[in-house]
Ligand binder design. Structure first.
Ligand code: UDP
Ligand code: MG
Length: 315
């Protein structure tokens, strides 16, 4: 009998943990699927860990992983994958925005032999115009970089054990789960789902954190910005050559323009272009520095299965 693990990263989800576990239990047991819920408490500042422990008291199929601090969703997903023991492993948000019923559909696809079952948003839910447009722009770049269509991609997916092992074997710290699961390849299919409204608690994403997230992931996945800098430099160089030749001709004709303004503007333009390029290069350098330090992605302080503390005995 195969087991399905469901990985649920949770950060400040005290209001949702109990309900999510209950709903998943109903839906999965109802469909006769043996399951395990891996709840990763990503250093929540509220009562999330106690809620996970409480849920574990009632359901021995719950594995709670407690981080020593907040390490971010990607790290929480990774920790969940590392602890999951199922033959198929699903990842979903802990706020029920990803419908539990879709898991059944994904599970059937897995039984049919698919190895990666991607959840695709039917619509992007209720988001602001700016959010939608910038997400479109970001996924456009990411789709080009990964050569996989990432529009409407989500973190809601199910994977075969083989796929999970492949993802776990990647050693980079800056992992972008959404793209990594398509990067590893395997036989993939898609299942559409409707994004539900968040019932309680609030979204952890501010506009600023989304911009940072987008930039980090672009850097983690592609060197396109560096090529962009090179191409930009090339274009600037070309323009400069034309300007130089033009100026020299004017000079020898005795028609040189006395251009204080032009000089200052050009200086400013080139100065800022150089600073911007250095910034892009510096960002890559910072990421390389982070990678070579080889720090762990996350630190686990406690692991609980059902109501038993198993911190020492689990991977
Ligand atoms: N999350 C996490 N660590 C964080 C931020 C978020 O584990 O630092 C979890 C959160 O608990 C939720 C999921 O990631 O289960 C998605 O977060 P959220 O609902 O805030 O994102 P949104 O649905 O608004 O994109
Ligand atoms: Mg959410």
């Amino acid at each position: 009998m195969s087991i399905l693990s469901v990985v649920l990263p949770a950060y400040n989800e005290e209001q949702m943990v109990g309900k999510t576990c209950r709903v998943l239990h109903e839906v999965l047991s109802g469909a006769g699927i043996s399951y395990e819920l891996v709840l990763v408490n990503d250093g929540s500042k509220d009562n999330t860990w106690n809620e996970i422990l409480k849920a574990g008291e009632k359901d021995p199929n719950i594995l709670g992983v407690h981080f020593s601090r907040n390490f971010g969703k990607e790290a929480a997903v990774f920790a969940g994958l590392a602890q999951a023991s199922g033959d198929a492993v699903a990842v979903m948000d802990c706020d029920l925005q990803h419908p539990a019923e879709t898991l059944i559909e994904m599970y059937q696809k897995w039984k049919e032999g698919y190895e990666v079952i991607e959840g695709v948003k039917k619509s992007r839910g209720e988001e602001s115009f700016l959010h939608k447009e910038s997400a479109g722009f970001f996924y456009g770049i990411m789709s080009k970089a990964t050569k996989v269509d990432m529009q409407n991609a989500s973190d809601f997916k199910m994977m075969d054990r083989k796929v999970v092992n492949s993802i776990l074997s990647l050693t980079e710290r800056n992992m972008f789960f959404r793209a990594t699961s398509s990067w590893v390849g395997y036989k993939t299919t898609y299942v559409e789902f409707e994004v539900h409204e968040r019932e309680a608690g609030e979204s952890k994403w501010s506009t600023w954190s989304l911009i940072k997230y987008a930039f980090t992931n672009i850097v983690a996945f592609t060197t396109a910005p560096l090529q962009f800098v090179t191409v930009g430099g090339g274009i600037c160089f070309g323009c400069s050559l034309i300007m130089i030749i033009y100026s020299l001709i004017q000079y020898f004709r005795g028609q040189a323009i006395e251009g204080y303004t032009t000089t200052i503007l050009l200086l400013l333009l080139i100065g800022s272009a150089i600073m911007l390029s250095l910034g892009v290069i510096g960002y890559y350098l910072a990421k390389i520095y982070e990678e070579v330090k080889h720090r762990p992605r996350y630190i686990v302080s406690q692991i609980v299965r059902g109501n038993k503390d198993v911190t020492g005995s689990v991977r």
